[in-house]
Design a protein around this ligand. Sequence first.
Ligand code: PLP
Ligand code: ZN
Length: 405
Amino acid sequence: MTHLACSLCSRKFEAGKPWNLCECGGPLLVHYDLDRLRENWSRDSFESAPDSMWRYAPVLPVEHAQSIVSLGEGMTPLLAAPRTGARIGSAELFVKDDGLNPTGSFKARGLSCAVSMCVELGLRKLAIPSAGNAASALAAYGAAAGLEVNIFMPTDVPQSNFIECKAYGANVTLIDGLISDCARIVAERSPREGWFDISTLKEPYRIEGKKTMGFEIAEQMGWELPDAIFYPTGGGVGIIGMWKAFAEMEALGWISAKRPKMIAVQAEGCQPVVRAFNEGAERSRFWDGATTVASGLRVPKPLGDFLILHAVRESGGTAIAVADNELIDAGIRLAAEEGIFASPEGAACVVAAERLIRDGLLKRDDKLVIYNTGSGLKYLEAYSTRFPRNAAGETDKLGGLITPR
Ligand SMILES: Cc1ncc(COP(=O)(O)O)c(C=O)c1O
Ligand SMILES: [Zn+2]
């Protein structure tokens, strides 16, 4: 790492210090000496590299290996999905399954990196507003590092997230509101309490962990990127991170200038990025009354909206919204067809892919990667609406007792 720079006004910031946003409100991005790395780091070194996202350590911000807090995140499988592909008209459909990460979601990547940097910078009390999965991941990595974790999340987060955070020993406050309300409370209280604010993009290192999603897709596809990547977009850090990863890999001489179409997938009940994309706007507007079972997509106004929209437009991609009933149906069909039980967020991408193939934006032979950001196991309330469960059928009951068959 050479320095950080503001993504809005380009002001530079020194490496090796705790930072949040630039004074102008812009998120900071980490820069590396890629010219020097190009001389010393080759794709061939991966045969003996760690089997986790830390195999890309030279382009991650941690300076000292002993600062790394790892639970085995990353290097998740890239799975072929031939049956779902055939049904939706794709001969080359793949699912990158980040549901296999520690705490069951891709948030493990960002928080492994961010918590490692907190260890390196000596920050011991952390706070986060979260839609759910980021809280679980911070609670786990905070526990692994022995740090104090303060979590603010909506009252109606999935039960899995609440229980995980409690089990990992975090201080949990449930807020009757959205992630944006939680963010306001964390911003207000952090200076008073001495907490370091790990909010999406207000902290510059989560995105560095998440960019390993882009490195892995390239490595797992033999250093040739697919034609399109479908990404369930809430705060959009995955898209911003992958876009950054592609630029870094090109600078390292590892991939060509070819880029996938980046497809930002949102929920109909909360689609600020889709609306801004369709309006040709550079920034999104706050989405009023945000509601969706895909809790990770319930972000009414992403802080990095301009970076998401830039990546989507520059890639020739698009932004598309999916209804809740469609994404739950898609999750169940994907599970039955491929043995992959995706989060509702990931499942939304299958619907988006089907629609874009039908509308002709993507073709049958295009290589498509659906990013499944989490495990369906974290969303049992959402999926259980389709599988009502009775203890036994009426015919099994005899005089009020349940009999063996
Ligand atoms: C399962 C899942 N998918 C997608 C997202 C959205 O992630 P991003 O902030 O990178 O857009 C979240 C965020 O909470 C999530 O938990
Ligand atoms: Zn700035």
